[in-house]
Ligand binder design. Structure first.
Ligand code: C5P
Length: 233
């Protein structure tokens, strides 16, 4: 059984990295392959952004934004058609709404507020349960699960990430402009890397993988290989 803060669970793989590095795809595939739970922490920050919008909370009122994060009724449900995990706020499926670029920008604004990050810590740690967890985000290996035995930092050039995001949005039927996406990715990188709390940096003991010129399969194989030496897979 996991201990109360789930910090001593063996089977945790953290996958951190910037937007569009492929960590969402890789994390989903890892969780399916290993039969482990999946924490998409970015989706949680995105849902906080939407909850703030819905409730008309000002981004400048950090206390109210944190309160919204603390009290929102968020849940994740498996979508039997797509096999993906859809986030819900109350009973509304937000999977489409939170994937827009604006929703990503809004998420990175609320994510800069220390009280919001504190409010989400317990929620995120509660995802750690047997048989294991794949934790996808920015600070999974540095802050949320610092004791994880396998930490991956997945990155790729900004141009490559913009192109991937473009394809991803197109496939989801969301219209996008590649130049605007590149600017937006650079802006979000800046904000995520330079914020005072839990900035986007690889954990000291993370394996850094640059996926710019790698296929999804090659990245997946490298992570599984690396993990099998450190965990009982
Ligand atoms: O991963 P995703 O692009 O969905 O994340 C949206 C935003 O949420 C990021 O740009 C970042 O500002 C924030 N985030 C974070 N910490 C995490 C996950 C996401 O600050 N663990």
């Amino acid at each position: 059984m996991a201990n109360p803060d789930n910090q001593s669970m063996e089977n945790i793989i953290t996958v951190d990295g910037p937007s569009g590095s492929g960590k969402g795809t890789i994390s989903l595939l890892l969780s399916q392959k290993l039969g482990w739970h999946l924490l998409d922490s970015g989706a949680i920050y995105r849902v906080v952004g939407q909850a703030v919008l819905i409730n008309g909370v000002s981004l400048d009122d950090h206390g109210a934004v944190a309160e919204t994060a603390e009290n929102m009724n968020i849940s994740f449900r498996i979508n039997s058609e797509t096999n993906e995990i859809d986030p819900y706020l109350d009973n509304e499926n937000l999977s489409k709404k939170i994937r827009t670029d604006e929703a990503g920008q809004l998420a990175s604004h609320v994510a800069r507020i220390p009280a919001v990050r504190a409010a989400l810590l317990t929620k995120q740690r509660s995802f750690a349960s047997e048989p294991g967890l794949i934790a996808d985000g920015r600070d999974m290996g540095t802050v949320v699960f610092p004791a994880a035995k396998v930490k991956i930092f997945l990155t790729a050039s900004a141009e490559c990430r913009a192109k991937r995001r473009y394809e991803q949005l197109k496939n989801k039927g969301v219209s996008a402009n590649i130049r605007a996406l590149l600017d937006s990715i650079k802006l979000r990188d800046e904000r995520d890397k330079n914020r005072a709390i839990a900035p986007l940096v690889p954990a000291q003991d993370a394996l850094v993988i640059d996926s710019s010129d790698m296929s999804i399969e090659a990245v997946l194989d490298q992570i599984l290989d690396y993990s099998s030496n450190r965990l009982k897979l």
